[in-house]
Structures are given as structure tokens and as C-alpha cells.
Design a protein around this ligand. Structure first.
Ligand SMILES: Cc1cc2nc3c(=O)[nH]c(=O)nc-3n(C[C@H](O)[C@H](O)[C@H](O)COP(=O)(O)O)c2cc1C
Length: 335
């Protein structure tokens, strides 16, 4: 592979979603191999002290690279944690031969560019069961379970734990300081969460059980009542997004990478059929709520991701999150 081809593949990999858009990765490439490393300089010591969510993010980037290679006509194989002496060396992606890209390969690669985290309310139309079944099968190929939260008692418990975790976070100055350091007001920012990508209202005031992460609590004008609006207007429709829980049997870097790869496939297949998503991971940030989620839902294994899914409204007009330029994260050598 030429340097230019690797730059395209890594450009696709870096479109992966990452917790707080930290983009905690770096890459090195030789002729037929791409190495993916975790970059500890971009860590989130408060929110993610074990780097679980950041390693999941890197797993998504691995899978996006595999999809981009396939669409460009290169079959690849992935070896996770290839170097026992370097835990930050997360994956080797080896090109093993040419393939004829299928329509699906091309559709998934196109979805890499189209996908964005959509935090606004979705349309009321539910995500079809056939699509959820397909996504479950995609995730299962990576040893990752995919479970729509459908039973009422499961929903009640999950909603409670997300809300509880969000409250704990909003009361933790260290969490808020870390969050604030990753929120961006400059639309040209190459990392972090752009303020324009997040709904500006108070997530608690939204007609939904599912509390999205509040990125702007520190900057929202406090104390003032919400604008009164038209008193005769009908109440806003209550949101009923599809929410799915993904998890793995193990809970180590290998499992996190597999969960990330599964999530990457899930997001691209969903995007290709017009379904958007936003992670809702507050309950998984903290051992206390994560463990309780596990016991309240009688989960076998470890929850890794909570995802809100649905059909986006026609035009959200939200800002798109930035990415660091490829030459900042990729080193190509001839070795
Ligand atoms: C492991 C993980 C956890 C995330 N958790 C949340 C979350 O709790 N709330 C949220 O709104 N977005 C969450 N995100 C989405 C990121 O904020 C988003 O991917 C990032 O800002 C880049 O934006 P994009 O996905 O639109 O490219 C998460 C993403 C990942 C990979």
C-alpha cells in the first residue's frame, strides 16, 4: 500500500466516534500492515480511569479501517494485542490480498462519512425488529451481545441508573472540569465535543425518560425559568427511542476491543439504513451503577455500551465534530 492509500484508510478510521471525541489513538503503517496504538496522552483519568471507553473507541477505529480497506479492494485480518510487552499496542491490521468490493462493502464505507452522533429527539417511528436482529448478528460475530432494552422493568432500572449516574457526575467537580476541557466552542476545533453538536436545552427538561449526557451544565444560564412559550400549545411528544445494551463475557482490553469492533459494525449498518444513534453511557462510567445495571437486568457478562437509536428528524442542523489531521496520527515507514 502506498502512503496515500494508508492516509485514506486512517482518515476513515479516525471518523470513528470516541468518548468525548478524545480520539485516543495513533497509527503506524508499513507496506502491508497498519498498527493501532492507544495514546495515553489523551486519557480521561476521571471518567475513564481504566481506559475502557477509550479502548472501545479504538476498537471502532480498527473496524472502520477494515471496512475502508475492503471497500478499496483489500482483504485484511486483525490481530488484537499483538505485543504482550506493550498493552497500548492494540491491534495489527494485515492486508492479506485483493478482493472484489461488494455493494455492501461500499455502502458501509459510505456510512463512515455519513455517521454522526445524533442527540436530538428521533422520529416516533420505531427501529424495525429485522434491523435489530441483523445488528445483533453483526455484534455476535465479535463475541458481543446486543440486547434491546424492551421489558418495562428493565427499562425502569436502566433509566433510573442512567439518571442516578448523571446526577453523581453533575455533582463531581473533577468530572465537570474534565468534561469542560473537552467541550469546544471553536467550530474549527479538531477534537472534543462541539457545543453546537449538543442540544442546548436542559436534558432533564426534555420529554424523555432517557437523560442524555449534559455537556454544557457549567455554561447554561442558571436560575432562569425556561421560556414560557404558548400555553395552549400541545405538550411535546414523549420520546421513545430504541435503547440497546451491548456487552461482553470478559472485561479486559481484548473484550473492550471486540465490543468496539462490534459497535463499529452496528453503527455503520444502522447508518446505511438511515438509523442514527447516540451513546448514553453515564450508567457505565461508574463501577457502582455499572454493577447494579448488571444485577438488575440479570446480565451474563459485562455491559460495555448503551445506545439510543432511531430515525433522525429531517434536518438537525447540528455542528459536526472535528478530527485531527491524519498526518498528526499516522507514521508511515518503509519497513
Ligand atoms: C465509548 C463511547 C462513549 C460515549 N458516550 C457518550 C455519552 O454518554 N453521551 C453522548 O452524548 N455521546 C457519547 N459518545 C459519543 C461521542 O461524544 C462522539 O462520538 C464524539 O463526540 C464524536 O462525534 P461523532 O460521533 O458525531 O463523530 C460516546 C462515544 C463512545 C465511543
Amino acid at each position: 500500500m502506498e502512503q496515500q492509500e494508508w492516509a485514506q484508510v486512517v482518515g476513515a478510521a479516525t471518523r470513528a466516534p470516541s468518548i468525548h471525541n478524545t480520539q485516543p489513538w495513533r497509527f503506524t503503517a508499513t507496506a502491508d500492515q497498519l498498527e493501532v496504538f492507544f495514546d495515553p496522552h489523551r486519557a480521561l483519568p476521571v471518567l475513564d480511569p481504566t481506559a475502557r471507553q477509550q479502548v472501545i473507541s479504538c476498537g471502532i477505529a480498527v473496524e472502520f479501517a477494515v471496512v475502508a480497506l475492503a471497500a478499496a479492494g483489500s482483504l485484511s485480518e486483525v490481530e488484537l494485542q499483538p505485543d504482550a510487552d506493550d498493552p497500548d499496542h492494540l491491534a495489527t491490521i494485515r492486508v492479506i490480498g485483493p478482493i472484489l468490493a461488494t455493494d455492501e462493502d461500499r455502502a458501509l464505507a459510505a456510512a463512515i462519512e455519513e455517521r454522526h452522533t445524533v442527540r436530538d429527539p428521533f422520529q416516533s417511528r420505531p427501529v424495525p425488529t429485522e434491523l435489530l436482529d441483523r445488528l445483533q448478528a453483526e455484534a455476535g460475530a465479535f463475541g458481543t451481545w446486543f440486547k434491546p432494552v424492551t421489558r418495562e422493568e428493565e427499562e425502569v432500572a436502566t433509566v433510573f441508573l442512567i439518571t442516578r449516574a448523571e446526577e453523581m457526575e453533575q455533582g463531581d467537580p473533577a468530572y465537570l472540569a474534565e468534561l469542560e476541557s473537552w467541550v469546544r466552542t471553536d467550530p474549527a476545533a479538531v477534537d472534543g465535543v462541539p457545543i453546537g453538536a449538543v442540544p442546548s436545552g436542559d436534558p432533564h427538561a426534555r420529554p424523555s425518560n432517557w437523560t442524555i449526557r449534559d455537556f454544557v451544565v457549567g455554561t447554561r444560564a442558571s436560575g432562569g425559568a425556561a421560556p414560557a412559550g404558548d400555553p395552549d400549545a400541545p405538550p411535546p411528544a414523549v420520546e421513545r427511542p430504541t435503547v440497546v445494551l451491548m456487552g461482553t463475557d470478559g472485561d479486559d482490553r481484548h473484550a473492550w476491543l471486540q465490543a468496539g469492533r462490534a459497535l463499529g459494525r452496528v453503527l455503520l449498518h444502522a447508518t446505511a439504513t438511515g438509523v442514527a444513534a447516540s451513546p448514553l453511557t453515564q450508567a457505565l462510567d461508574w463501577p457502582a451503577t455499572r454493577t447494579r445495571l448488571r444485577s438488575r437486568l440479570s446480565l451474563v457478562g459485562h455491559p460495555q455500551m448503551l445506545l439510543r437509536m432511531g430515525y433522525p428528524q429531517e434536518s438537525s442542523g447540528r455542528a459536526v465534530s472535528g478530527r485531527r489531521p491524519v498526518d498528526e496520527v499516522l507514521t508511515v515507514t518503509s519497513g
